[in-house]
Design a binder for this molecule. Structure first.
Ligand SMILES: [Mg+2]
Length: 140
């Protein structure tokens, strides 16, 4: 049993939040399915974290981030799997961590992932066949 667990490759993937997870039912269903089937699902958002926002006096961000947590809790995404990049490029966080794919609506973020040497597979949520594409590529 232990040996088998060691041999199992970590299935880990990442999603943008705004205009990807927050307002798309199909993405939310997909996230829940991934978690059910043993995937480690992360949110990598370029938003500011609450602490940093409050230091800058941006009080409204606390509310916005609390709403984010409300939804990610509902979907079953662990709090420790939520990353706020504070507007840094997402590839800078994703690089070297073994993410299989990242779903986003930002071409800029996706291009930077594509142009990097990381194996993370970037896919645009506005591409009509994003889900089919992932299912084919990752045997989902
Ligand atoms: Mg977005």
């Amino acid at each position: 049993m232990m040996k088998m667990m060691k041999m199992m490759k970590m299935k880990k993937c990442s999603f943008d939040y705004d205009d990807t997870v927050n307002n798309r039912e199909s993405v939310q269903q997909f996230v829940m399915e991934l978690i059910r089937t043993g995937w480690e699902v992360w949110i990598v958002t370029s938003r500011y974290n609450t602490k940093g926002a409050l230091l800058n006096g941006w009080h409204w961000i606390e509310d916005q981030n609390n709403k984010l947590f409300e939804l990610t809790d509902k979907l079953g995404i662990k709090r420790e799997n939520i990353v706020f990049t504070n507007h840094a490029d997402k590839i800078d966080y994703l690089r070297g961590k073994g993410f299989a794919f990242h779903v986003d609506d930002s071409f800029d973020e996706l291009m930077k992932i594509r142009e990097s040497d990381d194996e993370c597979y970037p896919i645009c949520v506005d591409y009509f066949a994003w889900e089919e594409d992932l299912r084919e590529n990752f045997n989902l």
